[in-house]
Design a protein around this ligand. Structure first.
Ligand SMILES: NC(=O)c1ccc[n+]([C@@H]2O[C@H](COP(=O)([O-])OP(=O)(O)OC[C@H]3O[C@@H](n4cnc5c(N)ncnc54)[C@H](O)[C@@H]3O)[C@@H](O)[C@H]2O)c1
Ligand SMILES: [Zn+2]
Length: 375
């Protein structure tokens, strides 16, 4: 691991009913090497259980373990098989049994090292072990850095669907070391960038413009550009989470691009990476909003320009034949799919009742979809 740089930026996530204590997201190159000092300040614990997927155990699990032990802390590594297929109750059960066998007590903490799967799974272990122990998130994918590690949602998948069993358990601390992105496959980097575009599209037009202007730096993982990206996305996500901690209203805007994106992902048998499906979903939902008279005309084209610059899909494939599955979306009411739509780039739209999701006439979906070509 490289020598830790002294420079780090901190974003404070303010307290809310779902997260009664504020917590910090600390971003800086080389932070993994000095994680013990950060934990000592914010999540003092007698012992740390480092939970990591097997594919990055050697790359990041071992170095985090070594940094903790070098500082004199009792720590052990708990590995699980990588991948969404293992974000299950069975793996939760294996991990909690392993912690019990290793005699980790109520005075220990969980350090979740990895992507969104590790964060959700190890977070759910922290939420439930001994009725809840402190959690430190160390996200190592771009998606987990700028999205999954903030907001306190933890959980596992079940055969009936994704994320159906879980808990709100906010972390005490989030440690982001952008250097780890160097080993992340390029498609995963671009997939994460799609979620950053989403944050800008729903909340901050200047951020969308900044991403477009820095697309090449971001794709090249320029440290200053990545640091700014993670910081701004975390700030925006933290704002929304603070406004709607339990996901009753405004937090729905984070689903922009996801109603259509999810069904595309599902129909592809998950061969389309999540962020690529979200990119197409955002284009489709911006087009739906334009045709429904909710979204400012020209928004689709503005999104396409940014997505193209990032090497993401700049047009959507037809989706109307999938509208049956959209009814199973978590925002759906009865049999009616709901969409988070834009007023314009940088601003989300409420409906006449002041709600953040919209029902859309199925004829609008058909009309938009019929203009699209298969990819
Ligand atoms: N809790 C939330 O608010 C929230 C938000 C968004 C997504 N999620 C969840 O996040 C999950 C998806 O997360 P993801 O996209 O990070 O996938 P992931 O966690 O499966 O990571 C992808 C793969 O990359 C590996 N990896 C991680 N970091 C690496 C690195 N630096 N170098 C090389 N390989 C690395 C992982 O071990 C894994 O095999 C989904 O389960 C989703 O439900 C949760
Ligand atoms: Zn997403």
């Amino acid at each position: 691991m490289k020598a830790p740089s002294a420079r780090a930026v901190t974003v404070r996530v303010q307290p809310s009913p779902a997260a009664p204590a504020a917590y910090d997201v600390v971003i800086g190159a080389g932070l993994l090497g000095r994680i013990d000092a950060l934990i000592a300040d914010t999540a003092p614990a007698a012992a740390c259980a480092v939970v990591v997927p097997d594919d990055i155990e050697a790359l990041y699990g071992q170095p985090v373990l070594a940094a903790l032990r070098e500082a004199g802390r009792r720590a052990a590594l708990f590995t699980f098989p990588a991948g969404e297929a293992h974000k299950t109750r069975a793996v939760w059960s294996d991990l909690t049994d392993a912690l019990l066998a290793a005699r980790f007590g109520r005075d220990s903490c969980i350090v979740a090292v990895g992507g969104g799967v590790a964060g959700d799974l190890a977070g759910f272990v922290a939420a439930t072990y001994m009725r809840g122990i402190p959690l430190v998130q160390v996200p190592t994918t771009l998606l987990a850095m700028l999205d999954a590690s903030v907001g306190g949602k933890t959980g596992v998948d079940t055969p009936a669907g994704k994320n159906l069993v879980g808990a709100f358990h906010p972390p005490r601390l989030v440690v982001i070391d952008p250097e780890v992105l160097r080993t992340l496959p390029d498609a995963e980097v671009r997939s994460g960038l799609a979620e950053a575009v989403k944050h800008g599209a729903i909340l901050d037009v200047a951020y969308v413009d900044w991403i477009r202007a820095h697309a090449d730096d971001l794709l090249g993982l320029d440290p200053a550009a990545v640091e700014h990206l993670v910081r701004r996305s975390v700030e925006l996500k933290a704002e929304i989470v603070a406004a709607d901690p339990f996901e009753h209203g405004q937090r729905a805007i984070l689903n922009f691009g996801h109603t259509v994106g999810h069904v595309m992902e599902l129909a592809s048998g998950f061969s389309i990476p999540h962020g690529f499906a979200v990119a197409e979903g955002m284009l489709a939902e911006a087009a739906i909003g334009e045709l429904a008279g909710i979204t400012e005309p020209g928004s689709v084209e503005r999104l396409a320009v940014v997505l193209r610059a990032l090497g993401l899909p700049d047009r959507a494939r037809p989706f109307a034949h999938l509208s049956g599955s959209m009814r199973l979306d978590k925002k759906a009411r009865g049999a009616e799919p709901r969409f988070a739509l834009l007023a314009r780039i940088g601003e989300s739209a409420r409906n006449a009742a002041g709600e953040w999701t919209h029902s859309v006439d199925p004829r609008v979906l058909d009309a938009v979809s019929s203009t699209l070509r298969d990819v």
